[in-house]
Ligand binder design. Structure first.
Ligand SMILES: [Zn+2]
Length: 210
């Protein structure tokens, strides 16, 4: 981190390091800024956003992609809900682009992709359910998520695959809440594809709000 960033970190009102395989549920008031820092690089921070007033009004990858006319997320991307409400805007991004198509890992998808021996590996879906429960977020409220720092190139004919990351140690992405939101993060424990550089590592969440 640069000196300016270290100074900014000292003023943060929220500061939490999330280990690989763990998660967090963060309430961010309107106007609050939440930064996710990729501490060691090449991590995947699977993230869902919800309207704090009604968790059924949740982040919609489909509406976000259609309305911004782009499949990747970066600075300026408006993160929309299923009711087309603006939940947050990406106001800073030192990586360049983030995936919102690849989805989160689950025990079922691990088995299909990597084989039966991976069934009992911890997956993001379990972390989402464990941390979401406190806010009434159950299986029905889980939708297509954002994969911050994850590199999922999409070819012109619509193919996509998981690639080694574009991120690097200390890079970050920052969201500014457009209304009071709940941010549900699963710091991905995936060991079977290069989205975490084969080595899941911690991320740091920093928040500025009063
Ligand atoms: Zn995962």
């Amino acid at each position: 981190m640069t000196l300016t960033e270290i100074a900014a970190v000292e003023t943060a009102t929220y500061d939490r390091t999330v280990q690989a395989g763990d998660g967090a549920l963060v309430r961010v008031p309107a106007g609050g800024r939440l930064r996710i820092v990729d501490l060691h690089g090449n991590q995947a921070a699977d993230t869902l956003l919800f309207d704090a007033a009604d968790v059924r009004n949740k982040y919609s990858a489909f509406d976000t992609i259609r309305e911004q006319g782009a499949v990747f997320l970066t600075t300026g991307s408006r993160l929309l809900s299923t009711r087309l409400d603006e939940l947050a805007v990406i106001t800073d991004d030192t990586v360049g682009r983030h995936d919102t198509i690849g989805g989160a890992c689950a025990q079922e998808s691990n088995v299909i992709r990597y084989g039966e021996h991976t069934r009992h590996q911890h997956a993001c879906r379990q972390t989402f359910l464990a941390y979401g429960a406190a806010a009434g977020i159950g299986p029905r409220e889980l939708g297509h998520n954002i994969n911050f720092f994850m590199n999922v190139p999409v070819s012109p004919d619509g193919d996509l695959h998981f690639d080694d990351g574009l991120s690097a140690p200390g890079k970050h992405v920052e969201l500014t809440a457009a209304r009071e939101i709940l941010v549900l993060v699963s710091n991905c424990p995936q060991l079977n594809n290069p989205c975490n550089g084969w080595d899941p590592t911690p991320v740091r969440l920093l928040g500025w709000w009063s």
